[in-house]
Ligand binder design. Structure first.
Ligand code: SAH
Ligand code: SF4
Length: 393
């Protein structure tokens, strides 16, 4: 990438050459405050820290530069100092598949040899990146492929931010110096709807979203980020206060009996408790509605009576209902509702005054659609019997 020749700052530094214990620090995913502290801890004089932070931040998150040597407005010995103490590392893409409909699925390797999947869904004049927050998921929703994976670990903030950066790399989306500012974004929206329950990895998700939103970097607006939760009630209010993004809730059923089977976290926080938390959601307004996700499972949750119950349950909550045709995966214990059924269901909700878009399955041919994600290499898999037992089938 050609970068602008910026003036070189000439400050003379006394640079401690001592390496931090345990090697270099990866600066990806550090919040501004954390990065400032890390620069100081490594030896940057405090009075320069603010300026250095601004410079490094812009190189990394605005220009997408990964090499300290290319940070041309920093004095050479400061670049060497950074290189001695820090790295700029994002997870590695080990496989990329492109669907017939243009959807891209990246298989991404993170520390420890684990893998997660990231999906890019292009649309006209915009595009949505679906990122993961955990390897696998501790929850075991019976219709979700990710929930069948045994191995789980939380991703770090750096691994979460890194997913956005690797997609921008692949799409060649970092700004070109000198080029007119392009307002059309390829990655215009980010959804935390990949693998994992984001509210069970709260701090890392919060820090990562701080970095992704920062105006002097990737600069994705608060309303362009949506977090989907299965219903971790105690963290829902915190999500509005500390992350400030849009909220989507995996609702999926209209009675506790059915929701217990589909989304087992319902046994801990049932429908009434969840709805109570959503009614109290601090940011709730007509312009910031909550999205209720509802997976359409044939003969399980797709009757007219379900649609009517759903409308009653959410009365008074500014909401939109996103109907997700079930995406099958090998061994999945459900079938997708018929198309006419989905439309009839949508119609009841629409007539009650709610937007009820049906999510078009994207990237099914490469197993990139909602709920199909799973690390191909995580061989330890729950058996069909285990899945059925957990689902109470
Ligand atoms: N763990 C979070 C976010 C990831 S799942 C959550 O559960 O909300 C993103 C969405 O895909 C959720 O609404 C989830 O219920 C849905 N989903 C999971 N498996 C699916 C499948 N096989 N078909 C369609 N949607 C599915
Ligand atoms: Fe986890 Fe969400 Fe899948 Fe449930 S639907 S198992 S919470 S990833």
């Amino acid at each position: 990438m050609n970068l602008p020749a910026a003036p070189v700052t000439q400050d003379v530094l006394t640079i401690p050459r001592k390496l931090p214990e345990g090697g270099k620090t990866n600066l990806i995913g550090l919040t501004r405050e954390q990065l400032r502290a890390a620069l100081i801890a490594a030896g940057t004089p405090e009075r320069q820290a603010k300026m250095r932070l601004g410079q490094v931040w812009q190189w990394v998150y605005h220009w997408g530069v990964r090499d300290f040597g290319a940070m041309t407005n920093l004095a050479k010995d400061y670049r060497a100092f950074l290189d001695a103490h820090f790295t700029i590392e994002i997870p590695q893409v080990v496989n990329r598949q492109v669907s017939a409909d243009g959807t891209r699925k990246y298989l991404v390797r993170i520390a420890g040899g684990h893998e997660v999947e990231v999906v890019y869904i292009p649309e006209e004049n915009r595009g949505t990146l679906c990122i993961s927050s955990q390897v696998g998921c501790t929850l075991t929703c019976s219709f979700c492929h990710t929930g069948t994976q045994k191995l789980v670990r939380n991703l770090t903030a750096g691994e979460i931010v890194g997913q956005v950066m690797l997609a921008r790399d692949d799409l060649n989306e970092w700004p070109q110096p000198g080029a007119p500012k392009d307002e059309t974004r390829l990655v215009s929206n980010v959804v935390l709807m990949g693998m994992g329950e984001p509210l069970y990895n709260f701090d890392a998700v919060r820090d990562a979203m701080k970095v992704v939103r920062d105006d002097e970097g990737i600069a994705l607006g608060r309303r362009r980020i949506t977090l989907s939760t299965s219903g971790v009630v105690p963290e829902i209010a915190r999500c509005a206060e500390e992350i400030g993004c849009q909220l989507a809730v995996s609702f999926h059923a209209t009675t506790d009996e059915v929701r217990d089977r589909l989304v087992p976290i319902n046994k801990r926080w049932n429908i009434a408790t969840l709805l109570g938390a959503l009614r109290d959601y601090p940011r709730l307004s007509n312009s910031e509605r909550i999205t209720f996700e509802y997976v359409m499972l044939k003969d399980v949750n797709d009757s007219d009576a379900d649609a009517r119950r759903l409308v009653k349950l959410i009365a008074g909550i500014p909401a939109k209902i996103n109907l997700i045709p079930f995406n099958e995966w090998p061994g999945s214990p459900y079938e997708r509702s018929d198309w006419e059924r989905i439309e009839a269901f949508a119609d009841i909700i629409y007539k009650a005054g709610y937007a009820s878009p049906i999510r078009t399955p994207r990237g099914e041919d490469i197993m990139a659609a909602c709920g199909q994600l799973k690390s191909a290499t995580e061989r330890a898999r729950k058996s069909r019997a285990e899945i059925a037992a957990e689902a109470g089938l």
